[in-house]
Design a protein around this ligand. Sequence first.
Ligand code: G1P
Length: 292
Amino acid sequence: MAGLKIRKAVIPAAGMGTRFLPATKVMPKEMLPLVDKPLLQYGVEEAVAAGCDEVIIITGRGKVTMEDHFDRAPELEASLERRGKLELLEKVREVTKLARIVATRQSEPLGLGHAVLQAKEIVGDEPFCVILPDDVVHGDEACMKQMVQAFEKVQASILGSEEVEGDAIQNYGCLDCLVDPNDPQLLHVRDMVEKPKPHEAPSQNAIIGRYILTPRIFELIEGLKPGAGGELQLTDAIKALIQFEKVYGFRYKGVRHDAGDKFGFLKATVDFALEREDLGPAFREWLKAKKF
Ligand code: G1P
């Protein structure tokens, strides 16, 4: 596998988003904005920052606005141009130039493994990355870019990982792993378990929604039986991958928010708003003046 490049990103986005109802009754949760940019766009931009030029969105019924978001909008563009709103026009156009967007559907909610499997033919026989748009990572360097740099060295599957506190591990895939003696960011994965009971968790190292996977994963997903929650779990396929290939965990630098959860979404909004040049200073002052 020497010198392989990551060119394609898969973004699973077929879920129903029930945690955000009623907002997500007709709007995909991936279109909820952090300040003024939808979660999905953050995911696509991260893929592009990591060097990908093709993004495969796994979509579902009633979610076509996700594809439309990355397409040209002639009436809107013409109207912005007429009114001289050139900065906004540029923003609207930039989105359409980010990457080649391919959309394919997951027609049944059979789990994350099944969602990723829908990209099999489009990805083909090359390593690729997976970005779960609910997990937003905020930091100096895009999380997936850091992982691609690690991939360039190890040329093997890599899972984004973070140490979580206490019982929280039951909400994640959990790694049984050893820290590399020469590189504290790199974990040698021996085994893994999806959503373990806290007392059965082999460690506090959670898998977060960032993966670089070799194409063998597809046949392993095809061989899966339903796992945790009765779903075809990506974690179970990666566990099977360890029998054939080396798999690493990677402790990225940055702060992750679970924007698929209301509390996490609020924290992400505050973090991103504070960082904005146009809003940050005033928002910080407003927060400081608030009597909590
Ligand atoms: C999925 C994965 C899990 C991972 C998590 C990261 O779970 O199955 O292994 O730890 O994403 O966010 P979900 O959050 O979809 O239940």
